[in-house]
Every structure is written in C-alpha cells, then in structure tokens.
Design a binder for this molecule. Structure first.
Ligand code: AKG
Ligand code: FE2
Length: 490
C-alpha cells in the first residue's frame, strides 16, 4: 500500500525541458496506441452504433432500410427484402388499428378533423395499402415488419394512452426510484397546469423526491440526471422551487456525443438501465445487482419537465432491471386494448415467415414503454428474460422516426439499420427474437404533420407539444409458455 502511495508523489528531482518533451511524446504515442487498440476491438455492431450516434458529420440516413419506399425502389435497393400479403387485414382483426377500408377522408373524419388541409396531410403521409403486407429480410429470419400498421387516429389514441394512462401506477417507471410519484400521475399534474386549472405557484404540482440531501445512503442516482439541480436548490425541497431556475433547467437528458470519437471516450450515460438488462459487459449476466437507491441530487421540476424525464414504464409483470428478471409476484393489470392489439398482430402474420406462433396461444404478459427525447438512445442488447423464447415480441412506434439497428446473435454481426416510423409495427420472432438490437438515433424533424399541432384540434396540443421532441416505443412480450401464467388483463 505504502509503495503505491509513494508512486503517486511528484518527482523529487526537477526534469529538464528535453526530458519533459520526451515524456510528452511518449504519452502522445501511448494515447495513439490506446486509440488504435480500441478501434481494432470495436465490434461491427458498435461501429454501426457510432456511425449513427455521431452528430458531426451527421449520419447518412439514406443507408437505412426504409420499408415505406415504393415497392420497386425498395426491392431494387434491397434485394434481400421479401414482401408477402398479411394473413388477415388489421382492421378486420380490430378497429383499434384504425379503420382503413376508409380513404384518407374517413381517417381524418375518425380523428374529428375533417377539413381540406388535414385530408391532404394524411393522404401524403400515410398510405393504408402499406399495412396489407408483411416485409421480411433474408439476413434476419424471424423479422416481420408491417409499415403504417396504425392509422393516424389510432396512433393518436395510443399516444394519449402512453402519456396519460399507461404512465401511471400501478405501472412502475424510472421516476419511481427517485420521486414519490402520486397515483394521480405526472402527466395529469402537467395537464392541470397546461389547462390553467392551477399554476406553478401551487406547491402540490411539484412531485417530491424520495431522498433528502443530507441522506447519507442516497446519492446513487440514475446518471441521466446530469442537469440536476445543485444542493443549494434542494434545500428548499418541501416548497416549490425557484421558477427561474427551472426555466433554465431544460429537463433534457445529457446530449449525445458530437462525434464518434467523443462517443468512445465518453460512453453514453443515458438510459443505462437498458444495457443492464441486456447483459452488457459492464454488468455480466447472472450477477445480481442491488436496487438503485434514490438520488438526493435529482431536481424538483415542474410536471411538464419532470414528464420529459420519464424514460420507461413497465406493464404487466413488473421488470426488475438490476437482476434482469421479472417479479412474478408483481403483476399489474395489462391494458385490455394492448392485449387485443398484440394478439391481433400475431394473428395478422400467422403462417408467415416460417416461425409462426399460433395467435390463440399468444398472451400479452409484460411490456415496456420507452419514452425517448430527441437525444436519447438505447444501446445494443438482447431481450432474453422471458421464459417463453418462441413467442414473438411485438413492437409499436410513435412520434419521431428512429434508426433501429437489427443485428444477429452477437455483436460481431453487422446490423441492418432500419428507418422505423410512426405507426410501424415490428415483430421479432424465431431467431430474430434473440438478435442484438438498439436505437442509436432519434431523427430530428421527422414528426409526421398529423401528429403536430393543428388549430382544428386544440385537444391534441398537449400531446403535440410533448411529441415535438419525442419518440414513443411500446413493446409487448409473452413471458410464460402458454397456460403457465396467472391472467392479469384489465
Ligand atoms: O425503441 C425501440 O424501438 C426498441 C426498444 C427495445 O428494444 C426494448 O425496449 O427492449
Ligand atoms: Fe429490446
């Protein structure tokens, strides 16, 4: 021990300029070697992540597979893509996918927004015929993709639910670790302020933290709170915080690195919980981890900003992120509409792609809703906690588009970047269920205009404001082999 301490002491003898220069050159060479070593050990999956994470220069999104391209162009650019009609049309299975026997006009009417502008917008941005086909890829057996599976009005209904309904107790969210989230829900507090039913002068709209600043056990927070308030501000933890301070605190997650190099030298601190379930090298599989304690340094925020800190909620069997297992004794009622929709997707693709799962056996038992701000990302992982490894995982995307990297059984397989857009349905089944995947990039300026603010639909404004900087992903899994779970439908 002593010798270690001694070695950190400054050199007693002053060094000459020549020696200093030599040492500097040596240090520079060491840095170069370390960088080279790092570059050569990067896996193809990591390379692809870095390419899409980089801000400067911006990534080339045209390299991503876009299933919504006109069929000829799609097949010409991607000869490995296969297209087959789905087994049963979505609107014949459930009206919750939206009515598409209709034209764009009927869709707009269903949304209560019939007027020329909206008709035009819907017609340009949403093509109902796309969802009559399942798209596959030779390199990814078990991937089944249905573009534009939800009509604009059906998307809005689900988005509203993700924001207002599913984000509340008994479903758990990342916020529960650090905040005493009221059963009423953070979104509802935000709505009250938004509608002018109360103001930020009202202390009860500020959700309190679990840990006190002087709590010695605390201070082990989620590291996406790098814009946390300082301790001075936390002193006032029982009253509403200084409004000016909170205007300045933008409530955003830490920015993504500006370049691939920065991404390497400063690994993302965002959404660290997700790589943990994925069995990333930092948390080896099978090593149980303690629960994260509440952090005393998280900020107290107005509800609109606190809701932007929402990263995930879990549905059905609640997930224990540190140990990567489900709490079989914590089974929140699964929203019946999501049971219907996920089973409906399995029915729509039954018999397709060689890894078909009988829809009668499919039961939605667990789900995750991922709430992404524009600069968030989800690093590569495999979802392998479910006991039933053959049931498909059904995933719905809303809001901004993203780059979804779909790899193979390990990080050595170069992934295919897919442009995942609002209303698209992605199913992972067969070998694809065990494939590495991740979301390195949410793409700015890709919110469809039917999800933006429209004068004709003021009730949508609060959701449009949130979506202006967000993407929402809802994914649903069957945890048990058929017949083994306790039913939990709401
Ligand atoms: O956001 C997505 O599309 C993917 C989410 C995901 O992979 C997960 O929650 O495990
Ligand atoms: Fe996943």
């Amino acid at each position: 021990m002593a010798s270690n301490a001694d070695s950190t002491k400054p050199l007693q003898k002053p060094i000459s300029n020549r020696q200093r220069k030599q040492l500097e050159r040596q240090a520079e060479r060491n840095r170069e070697l370390a960088a080279q070593r790092q570059a050569t050990t990067r896996t193809p999956f990591r390379e692809a992540e870095l390419a899409f994470l980089a801000r400067l220069p911006p990534p080339d999104y045209s390299k991503a597979l876009n299933f919504r391209l006109p069929r000829e162009e799609l097949l010409q650019k991607n000869p490995k893509v296969k297209i087959v009609p789905i087994t049963k049309k979505l609107d014949q299975i459930s009206p919750l996918f939206g009515l598409r026997s209709d034209t764009a006009t009927a869709t707009a009417a269903a949304a209560g927004t019939v007027n020329e502008r909206v008709e035009e917008v819907v017609e340009n941005e949403w093509d109902s015929s796309l969802s009559e086909y399942a798209y596959m890829h030779d390199d990814h057996p078990g991937l089944i993709y249905i573009p534009a599976g939800f009509t604009p009005s059906a998307q809005k209904e689900l988005i509203r639910n993700c924001l207002a309904k599913y984000s509340r107790h008994p479903n758990k969210s990342n916020l529960d670790t650090h905040y005493i989230v009221p059963d009423e829900g953070v979104w509802q507090l935000h709505e009250k302020v938004f509608k002018g039913e109360t103001t930020l002068e009202d202390p009860s709209v500020f959700v309190q933290k679990r840990a006190k600043v002087d709590d010695q056990a605390a201070g082990y927070g989620s590291d996406d709170d790098s814009d946390d308030e300082d301790n001075n501000n936390s002193k006032d933890k029982h009253g509403p915080p200084d409004a000016k301070k909170h205007k300045e605190s933008n409530g955003q997650a830490a920015p993504a690195p500006k370049s691939a190099t920065e991404a390497v030298s400063k690994p993302s601190s965002i959404r660290t919980l997700v790589p943990i379930i994925a069995g990333s090298p930092t948390v080896p599989d099978g090593v149980p981890k303690a629960d994260l304690g509440p952090s005393a340094t998280v900020p107290i925020l107005p509800p609109s900003q606190l809701f932007r800190k929402m990263r995930w909620i879990t549905l059905g069997y609640q997930y224990h992120w540190p140990s990567k297992t489900y709490h079989f004794d914590q089974n929140a009622p699964f929203p019946s509409e999501l049971c219907e929709l996920s089973k409906g997707v399995v029915e729509a693709i039954e018999g397709i792609g060689g890894y078909s799962y009988p829809s009668k056996d499919f039961v939605a038992e667990a789900g995750v809703i991922n709430y992404y701000q524009l600069k968030d990302r989800l690093m590569g992982h495999v979802d392998r906690s479910e006991l039933n490894k053959t049931a498909p995982l059904v995933s719905f995307s809303f809001g901004h588009s993203c780059i979804y990297l779909l790899g193979g059984p390990d990080r050595e397989t170069a992934p295919t970047p897919i442009l995942l857009q609002s209303g698209d349905i992605l199913v992972m089944t067969g070998p694809c269920r065990a494939a590495f995947h991740g979301v390195p990039r949410i793409i700015e300026d890709t919110l469809p205009s039917y999800l933006q603010k429209h004068e004709q639909e003021p009730g949508w404004d609060i959701c449009a404001d949130y979506l202006a900087e967000a993407r929402i992903n809802l994914n649903i899994r069957q945890v048990f082999p058929p017949g083994q779970a306790t039913p939990s439908q709401a």
